[in-house]
Design a protein around this ligand. Structure first.
Ligand code: NI
Length: 349
C-alpha cells in the first residue's frame, strides 16, 4: 500500500511536472510567435514613418490659363516641396479626370474641341520612393476653347453710336449664328440702354469706346479728351465688368495729340457702308457683300432701323460665304497682330 501510494504520488508528480513543462514550452512557443508578429508590425511601421516624415506636403499651386486658340495652355509656378504636378480637367457633363502628371510647370491640352468649355485645376505632388504626399488643389479655372479657325476668312462687323433700341435684335442674330461683333458705344447712351449693353457683353461681343458725348476729339483739350474716354470706360466697366480696350474716335477724327493722350489702339474701318446717310437696308447689305475681304473692318451704326434690318441679312450671308464674324480684338489675335496704343488700324490682315 505504501509502495502503491508512493508510486501514485510519483506518477502524479511526474504528470504535474510534465504538464508544467508542457505549459511552459507552449507558452514560450506562443510568446515567440506573438513576439515575432509584433516585431514584424513594428518593423513595417518604422519603414512607413520614415517615408512619411521625409515627405513634406507641397504648397498649393496657382494656376494660369496663358492663352487659348484651338489648344489650352496652362502654367503654374513651382510649389515648395513638390517634384511633380497632376493636371486635372473637367469637360462639361463629365467628372474630373487626371490628364497628366508632369515635372514641368506647364501643360498644353491639345485634346480639346472647338467651342467647348473646360475647367482645369492642378495638384502638387511630393513623391518619395515608396509613398507620396499631395497638396490641396489649386483654384479651378474655366476656359472656352474658341470656335474660330485661324485658317478661315474673318471679318469684324462694327456698330457705332449705340446702344440703342435696335441693338438687341442685332445681338440676338449674332448669337443665333454663334458669331461676334464689336460695339463702339457712346457713354451718354448707356444708362438708357444698359440692358442692351449687358446683352452685348453676355453674347461674347466686344464693347469698345466711342467717347462720352460723340465729340470731335482733335478739338478737345488733353484733359477734355481723357474725360470723354475715361468716363465712358468707367461706365462700361461698372455695367459689364469689362474695361474696353479699343477706341474709335467719332468721325474717325484723330490727331497726333489724340494718339499721344489716349493710351488705347484706335480702330478705323476698311468698309464704310454709309448706312447713316442712305438709311437704306439693300444698299447697306450690298455695300458689305460687294466689298468684304478677309480681315475687313465694316462700319455700321446700330441706332438706325434700316441698319438693323441689313445686319439681319448680312450676318447669315457672310456665314454662308464661309466668313467667321469676329470682334476686332479676336481679328487681331488670330491674325497675329498686336494692337498698339495710339496707333490707328483700318483693317487687320
Ligand atoms: Ni459715331
Amino acid at each position: 500500500m505504501k509502495n502503491t501510494t508512493k508510486h501514485i504520488l510519483n506518477c502524479t508528480f511526474t504528470a504535474v511536472m510534465f504538464a508544467i513543462a508542457l505549459t511552459f514550452m507552449l507558452g514560450a512557443f506562443t510568446t515567440r510567435v506573438s513576439f515575432g508578429a509584433d516585431t514584424k508590425t513594428i518593423d513595417s511601421a518604422v519603414v512607413d514613418d520614415s517615408v512619411t516624415e521625409s515627405l513634406k506636403t507641397p504648397s498649393k499651386p496657382d494656376i494660369n490659363i496663358v492663352s487659348m486658340k484651338s489648344q489650352v495652355y496652362i502654367k503654374w509656378k513651382a510649389c515648395k516641396n513638390a517634384n511633380s504636378y497632376e493636371v486635372w480637367r473637367k469637360s462639361k457633363g463629365k467628372s474630373w479626370e487626371k490628364i497628366d502628371v508632369t515635372s514641368k510647370k506647364k501643360y498644353t491640352d491639345k485634346d480639346v474641341a472647338k467651342g467647348c468649355e473646360y475647367k482645369y485645376r492642378i495638384r502638387a505632388v511630393n513623391k518619395g520612393s515608396k509613398d507620396s504626399v499631395k497638396s490641396a488643389y489649386s483654384s479651378t479655372k474655366s476656359v472656352s476653347v474658341s470656335a474660330i479657325d485661324p485658317d478661315k476668312k474673318m471679318v469684324a462687323l462694327t456698330f457705332d453710336d449705340g446702344p440703342g433700341p435696335y441693338t438687341q435684335a442685332i445681338v440676338n442674330c449674332l448669337k443665333k449664328y454663334g458669331m461676334h461683333a464689336t460695339f463702339f458705344v457712346v457713354g451718354s447712351n448707356i444708362s438708357h440702354y444698359s440692358k442692351a449693353l449687358k446683352a452685348e457683353a453676355a453674347s461674347g461681343c466686344e464693347i469698345a469706346n466711342h467717347t462720352w458725348g460723340h465729340v470731335y476729339l482733335p478739338k478737345q483739350s488733353t484733359g477734355g479728351m481723357l474725360k470723354q474716354v475715361v468716363n465712358t470706360n468707367k461706365k462700361i466697366k461698372a455695367i459689364t465688368g469689362v474695361t474696353p480696350k479699343l477706341l474709335r474716335p467719332p468721325y474717325g477724327a484723330t490727331s497726333a495729340g489724340v494718339k499721344s493722350a489716349i493710351k488705347m489702339p484706335q480702330i478705323m474701318w476698311s468698309i464704310d457702308t454709309l448706312d447713316w446717310k442712305t438709311r437704306n437696308t439693300a444698299k447697306t447689305v450690298a455695300s458689305v457683300m460687294n466689298n468684304v475681304k478677309d480681315g475687313s473692318i465694316v462700319l455700321m451704326h446700330d441706332i438706325h432701323k434700316p441698319t438693323m434690318k441689313a445686319a439681319l441679312q448680312i450676318i447669315p450671308k457672310l456665314v454662308s460665304k464661309g466668313y467667321q464674324l469676329v470682334t476686332v480684338s479676336e481679328l487681331a489675335e488670330y491674325k497675329g497682330v498686336e494692337l498698339k496704343n495710339g496707333k490707328a488700324y483700318s483693317s487687320i490682315h
